[in-house]
Design a protein around this ligand. Structure first.
Ligand code: GLY
Ligand code: MN
Length: 329
């Protein structure tokens, strides 16, 4: 902020506030970064904030309080998040300059060793729980997508997770051609595409595996695995994430399925399941040591089936796959 002559910043994103203060708002809260930073919370969060925040806390009363703080502190050039709600933006407009600057999202791209430890722990819990679930046995016993998703959620909590990092995907048979399919109350069919993760101390894990059965499913699986392996092998500090996307995409395209790879190759994650950078065609972010990204190419054949394989990768001297869950389940 100093380098770019900002006098202050206003934050409302829950995980930006948690990242800075350790307090995770459950209701509206605003953090004002200035010489003497301050968090304003709703009365219902005051106790939680007082107990957990490393930044001074006061009660949020009205937006005019924020204006008074800007005026009193002589704050003229103030950074806002690109995600700031338009309604709030309108309420805090005044005789100061509000400029979008995602300082926190950029800061959060490089993980500390504590953050990486928390993600490793979340991943270990999610893999241990997946193994305990025994998805092949569930299939043989004709369990439903719902049963599998809820049992996995239970196991992850039992093994130490606080919650799922997103709604577990158990997409089977033709449902697997939808990358973000919702679980249904229907018996498992093949392929079984599972995408799951959990949180440990607020930090997310994210993994996908597809259990294939027919020859065609295996053929697609092998292409996706080749794309994923080669993309991971290309990872090193200094490479742009769009170049990694290009490697995965070009392999799938060579086999004739380029139009069936309908999402980006991966994303970063941390406190949020999707963080900057996005491993996509357009993102030119350069990888640096201690970033953590997913590599998750997929091929989706409309109304037929889909295959996705996803791992978390830490950037060291090269790409280091986190966890060691087998691909063939
Ligand atoms: N695991 C869900 C996603 O990355 O979109
Ligand atoms: Mn993912």
């Amino acid at each position: 902020m100093e380098n770019e002559d900002f006098d202050g910043m206003i934050l409302t994103q829950v995980n930006n506030i948690k990242y800075l203060s350790n307090y995770s708002p459950t209701s509206f809260a605003v953090c004002i970064i200035k010489e003497d930073p301050l968090i304003l919370t709703s009365p219902m969060d005051k106790e939680l904030a007082n107990k957990t925040s490393s930044i001074k806390v006061e009660e949020f009363k009205s937006f005019s309080e924020i204006e008074k703080i800007f005026k009193k502190g002589g704050l003229k050039k103030i950074a806002i998040e690109s995600s700031l709600a338009t309604g709030i933006y309108k309420k805090i407009q005044g005789s100061w300059d509000l400029e979008i600057k995602d300082f926190l999202e950029t800061e959060r791209m490089i993980k500390s060793s504590d953050e990486i430890n928390n993600m490793n722990k979340a991943l270990a819990i999610s893999h241990k729980s997946f193994k305990k679930l025994n998805i092949r046995e569930k299939w043989e016993k004709s369990a439903t997508e719902w049963e599998v998703a809820y049992e996995l959620g239970y196991l992850m909590r039992e093994n130490g997770a606080s919650e799922e990092s997103f709604e577990t995907i158990v997409a089977t048979g033709a449902n697997s051609s939808l990358p973000h399919a919702k679980c249904e109350n229907k018996k498992l069919e093949t392929p079984i595409l599972m995408d799951w993760g959990c949180k440990f101390k607020g930090y997310c894990s994210d993994t996908s595996r597809t259990i294939v059965h027919s020859e065609k499913q295996e053929e697609i699986f092998d292409i996706v695995l080749e794309a994923q392996t080669k993309a991971i092998d290309s990872i090193k500090p200094g490479i742009k994430v769009c170049e990694i996307d290009k490697i995965a995409r070009s392999i799938i395209t060579e086999y004739g399925y380029g139009d069936n790879f309908i999402h980006s190759t991966g994303h970063s994650l941390g406190l949020d399941i999707h963080e900057k950078p996005n491993v996509s065609k357009k993102d030119e972010t350069i990888l640096e040591k201690n970033m953590v990204i997913t590599i998750e190419p997929g091929i989706y054949l409309e109304d037929t089936f889909g295959v996705r394989i996803e791992d978390m990768v830490k950037i060291g001297h090269k790409g280091e796959i986190m966890g060691n869950l087998p691909y063939k389940i």
